[in-house]
Design a protein around this ligand. Structure first.
Ligand SMILES: CC(C)(COP(=O)(O)OP(=O)(O)OC[C@H]1O[C@@H](n2cnc3c(N)ncnc32)[C@H](O)[C@@H]1OP(=O)(O)O)[C@@H](O)C(=O)NCCC(=O)NCCS
Length: 187
């Protein structure tokens, strides 16, 4: 299967809207989130297996770029800040960001909130939002081979590994595959 054959333009006229899962509130990233976004992307421990941490200037640039992608007429990024519904405590950042025409799913869960199933719960919701509401034809993922947690997560989310990329693990989930299996079972 050639990855390039799988790329289709997302419908892409809808922006991120507030969502809830069983335990989480997901609200779209907004301008006032700059400090938390930069803190997360600058955290060496958190970013250890997700690429290098960003210095403050690079993080600020990435934040502005992400917001611009979310706010343009045909959005190419959909990011949410996740918090616990019961406590209001921060859980992390989740969403889809388009790179080279491919909407990639991803998450950063703050250290004290890891291992509680929150990444799966949030990303299952985002995956379904991407297909049901945003009209994406396919979703993608990309991870370092050392990121074992994230690899387990992508399998659990139903993504297929795309062969032929030794330095990074690439993932793909088509709308058709999602609709066949996962779409009916995850609300
Ligand atoms: C990767 C990350 C998002 C996982 O978040 P999390 O909330 O701890 O993950 P969950 O608790 O939802 O676990 C989901 C699945 O991930 C995998 N997983 C989670 N913790 C794991 C661990 N310690 N070892 C191996 N697999 C693990 C499992 O498959 C798990 O499913 P299971 O509960 O049925 O075993 C989180 O560790 C993180 O934010 N890491 C730093 C940033 C990052 O690397 N992001 C991903 C790259 S884009």
């Amino acid at each position: 299967m050639s990855l390039s054959l799988q790329i289709e333009s997302p419908a892409g006229t809808l922006g991120a809207r507030a969502l809830t899962t069983h335990r989480l509130s997901l609200r779209p990233l907004q301008g006032s989130d700059a400090h938390r976004y930069c803190a997360w992307f600058g955290d060496a421990e958190l970013m250890a297996h997700a690429g290098a941490p960003l210095d403050p200037e690079a993080a600020a640039r990435a934040f502005r770029a992400s917001l611009a992608m979310m706010e343009q007429a045909a959005p190419t990024a959909w990011l949410w800040v996740a918090t616990e519904r019961v406590t209001g405590e921060e859980v992390g950042l989740v969403g889809l960001v388009t790179r080279e025409g491919m909407p990639e799913i991803g998450s950063i869960i703050v250290s004290p909130q890891q291992g509680k199933g929150y990444a799966y719960e949030a990303l299952a919701c985002i995956r379904d939002e991407g297909f049901r509401h945003l009209g994406l034809a396919a979703q993608f993922g990309c991870q370092l081979p050392v990121n074992h947690r994230s690899i387990g997560l992508m399998h659990k989310l139903g993504f297929d590994q795309v062969p032929g990329h030794p330095d990074r693990i690439h993932w793909h989930l088509s709308r058709a595959t999602w609709a066949e299996g996962l779409g009916s079972s995850v609300g």
